[in-house]
Design a protein around this ligand. Structure first.
Ligand code: FF5
Ligand code: ZN
Length: 235
């Protein structure tokens, strides 16, 4: 199986997932000075008020919060998107103790962590799996986490980590609205890319927010990270 070790890490993924050598692979280094301003792009809108979170799970690579995506109750629209994309799940890419966990970088600079909010094009595709394999199938919102003061809502996630210590475990996680994890500005960079981990499908319209959210070292603390590390020896 794939991981982040020497033998099973990103440089080896191409053996089982040849698309790793594709021409729209993510993550990338975003260079603001080279980013083109596209005047045809409007703002993005996040309609999460009716969202229904279901559970929080440990899939062996990250901790994922899944949503009820059986209707268009929660969607992202606008920006580069031609139609609404349905909220499916969100997850984090944590760092190790003190090392940068973000996947995207900005002018070569990494962040402590990165939150991905995954949405799929339910207008054009019948299932998430079909959308995840289509060039316009997914829209993932990327939000950087930088270290500073406590984030007033992140504790709801990190407190739940103890319930999903082991790979394959899941627990109920109702009533969580990802709106509380957004920064104040929705200004963004956007590009056509891919899933950042296997199966690496080139199906993602990336929308990376310029403004990071602030979380404390304690919150992404040794405890949380140990949980992640202890159960994900490959991270
Ligand atoms: C049409 C077709 O082929 N159908 C039969 C496919 C069956 C299985 O389909 C699938 C479809 C998708 C997956 N996994 C993911 O979506 N993972 C994922 C990885 C990285 C991110 S990130 N970090 O946000 O970029 C987000 C999601 C697994 C099986
Ligand atoms: Zn991700």
């Amino acid at each position: 199986h794939w991981g982040y070790g020497k033998e099973d890490g990103p440089s080896a993924w191409h053996r089982q997932y040849p698309v790793a050598k594709g021409n729209r692979q993510s993550p990338i280094d975003i260079i603001p000075n080279e980013a083109r301003r596209d005047s045809t792009l409007g703002p993005i809108f996040l309609k999460y008020d009716q969202c229904r979170s279901l559970n929080i799970a440990n899939n062996g690579h990250s901790v994922v919060v899944e949503f009820d995506d059986s209707d268009d109750r929660s969607v992202v629209l606008g920006g580069p998107l031609d139609n609404p994309y349905r909220l499916k799940q969100f997850h984090f890419h944590w760092g190790g103790k003190g090392c940068e966990g973000s996947e995207h970088t900005v002018a070569g600079v990494g962040y402590a962590s990165e939150l991905h909010v995954v949405h799929w094009n339910a207008v054009k595709y019948k299932t998430y799996n079909d959308a995840a394999a289509a060039p316009d199938g997914l829209a993932v919102l990327g939000i950087f986490l930088e270290l500073g003061d406590d984030h007033r809502w992140l504790h709801m996630i990190t407190d739940a980590l103890y319930m999903v210590k082991f790979k394959g475990s899941a627990t109920d996680f109702k009533g969580f609205n990802p709106k509380c994890l957004l920064p104040s500005s929705l200004h963004y960079w956007t590009y056509l890319g891919s899933l950042t981990t296997p199966p690496l499908h080139e199906s993602v319209t990336w929308i990376v927010l310029k403004e990071p959210i602030v979380v404390s070292e304690k919150q992404v603390s040794a405890a949380a990270l140990n949980i992640i590390h202890k159960t994900f020896p490959t991270v």
